[in-house]
Design a binder for this molecule. Structure first.
Ligand SMILES: *Cc1c(COP(=O)(O)O)cnc(C)c1O
Length: 455
């Protein structure tokens, strides 16, 4: 075992050493990967050292350098050293973090991490926190709590009696919500198509007046899904107004802040999130801007009773080891890995100043992209760069923009995806990695402008 782990550590170190200079999105040959990794299930055992060496070698051509400094696709973070090392130990300890009795240390570490996250994000210290797989399941969890609370207002017990025959809550979303809000609503039986859609401004932020008109047009229980950090533009809904209007109508406010909530960690950006602490639930990710390895989201609910009513469980053999609720009270799973441990390590190693610096640096680098690219003839930046997202359009043409995106991806210096923003094709650049430098941005901007010149 020891030799295997040392050998694996060497493989990992070598990968990380090469990561900054790997072609960022190599052309992938799925058939070649299949041939190298596939074949029939072996009849007998193979030495684990051999399995790991072979798998690492065979997988290598299919590994995208998304953990590296010049991957700007989607909203993807890398892994800070402390978070990565803690993730390894989490697997080594292999504790079932659902219960205090099976993972007392993990329960305490996660409890501490939860407190730090609430403090950093400026959320109520009394809120409950569930460590889930990502923002999708965080919204699912939070909206389950919302469903419980708004139906309880009408005297209906959604957990016991289900939704058939229940008073139908109104669900308001912004026109530029993330698609995973629709998915969460679908999982919850609230339906993705029966939502009321509030209009948004040019940056994709919800118009408070539109929300107000929708809520005034009807009555009964309601849930409002707001957003902090539009996945294209970075725009943040006017949260103070949204909360004020929604609460005046007795509605629950959920904030999808997968990456945008982290803007609260720096005084420079905190005003964008004014009023955020007045919401009822918040979904965010550890694996995006905090740069923790994947499988890391946080479901945060202001009212722990609603959270526990939606997610908790009891069984005769589930004997609690402490006076505190067991961690499974806050997540959809019973057994799970101790996802909060890498978050704890990331926060402890960065400290308050380090998190703020990471967030500010990514925003400054996004701005650097916008300035460098926007200065070139025929290149237009489509969004106000408020956070770490930049939308770039070339030659005011969908076709030219698509071609530049394809050339950039094939070139391998950096990777950025394509999108459509309010009917216009764009390249989407997200700066979310802890290790990205100004030199990386300059090198990537040069590659993008070269691709445009060649198209
Ligand atoms: C990424 C993202 C999500 C989904 O998060 P996952 O971690 O992929 O589940 C939801 N909302 C927004 C705004 C996002 O950027």
């Amino acid at each position: 075992m020891e030799e295997l782990l040392r050998q694996t550590a060497d493989l990992a170190a070598e990968f990380l050493r090469q990561l900054p200079e790997r072609p960022v999105g190599p052309p992938v040959d799925p058939a070649g990967l299949q041939a190298a990794l596939g074949g029939p299930l072996p009849d007998g055992p193979i030495d684990p050292r051999q399995v790991i060496t072979d798998m690492a070698a065979a997988a290598d051509p299919g590994i995208v350098a998304s953990a590296g400094p010049r991957y700007f696709g989607f909203v993807v973070g890398g892994s800070t050293p402390a978070a990565l090392a803690a993730d390894w130990l989490t697997a080594v300890w292999d504790a079932n973090a659902g219960m205090c009795v099976s993972a007392p240390a993990a329960a305490v570490i996660e409890d501490v991490a939860a407190g730090w996250v609430l403090d950093l994000l400026g959320l109520p210290s009394t809120a409950s926190v569930g460590f889930v797989t990502g923002a999708t399941m965080a919204s699912f969890t939070c909206l389950a709590a919302a469903r419980h609370a708004v139906l309880a207002q009408s005297g209906w017990d959604a957990e016991r009696d289900g939704l058939f025959g229940a008073p139908a809550p109104r669900v308001v979303v912004g026109a530029e919500r993330h698609v995973t809000i629709d998915v969460a609503l679908r999982y919850l039986g609230l339906g993705s198509d029966r939502v009321l859609v509030a209009e948004v401004d040019q940056q994709g932020a919800m118009l408070a007046g539109s929300l107000q008109a929708l809520l005034e047009a009807g009555d009964g229980p309601a849930i409002v899904c707001a957003q902090a950090g539009n996945v294209n533009t970075g725009a943040i809904d006017p949260l103070a107004e949204v909360c004020e209007i929604a609460h005046r109508h007795g509605a629950w406010v959920h904030v999808d802040g997968a990456f945008g909530l982290w803007a609260a960690t720096t005084p420079a950006l905190r005003p964008l999130l004014a009023g955020v602490s007045g919401a009822d639930s918040w979904a965010t990710d550890g694996h995006k801007w905090l740069n923790v390895p994947y499988d890391s989201g946080l479901a945060i609910v202001a009212d722990p009773h609603a959270h526990a009513a939606a997610m908790g469980m009891t069984a005769s053999y589930l004997v609690s080891a402490s006076a505190e609720p067991d961690p499974y009270t806050w997540t959809p799973e019973s057994s799970r890995r101790a996802r909060g441990i890498p978050i704890y390590a990331a926060l402890r190693s960065l400290g308050r100043a380090g998190v703020a610096e990471l967030v500010e640096r990514c925003c400054a680098l996004a701005n650097r992209f916008a300035v460098r690219l926007g200065a070139a003839d025929g290149v237009e930046v489509l969004n106000e760069v408020v956070l770490n997202q930049v939308l770039v359009r070339f030659a005011d043409s969908d076709e030219a923009t698509r071609e530049v995106v394809a050339r950039v991806q094939a070139d391998g210096t950096c990777w950025a995806g394509g999108t459509t923003w309010q009917g216009r094709g764009a390249m989407r650049i997200s700066v979310s990695n802890w290790s990205t430098t100004e030199a990386d941005v300059d090198r990537s901007a040069d590659a993008i402008l070269r691709a445009f010149a060649a198209s």
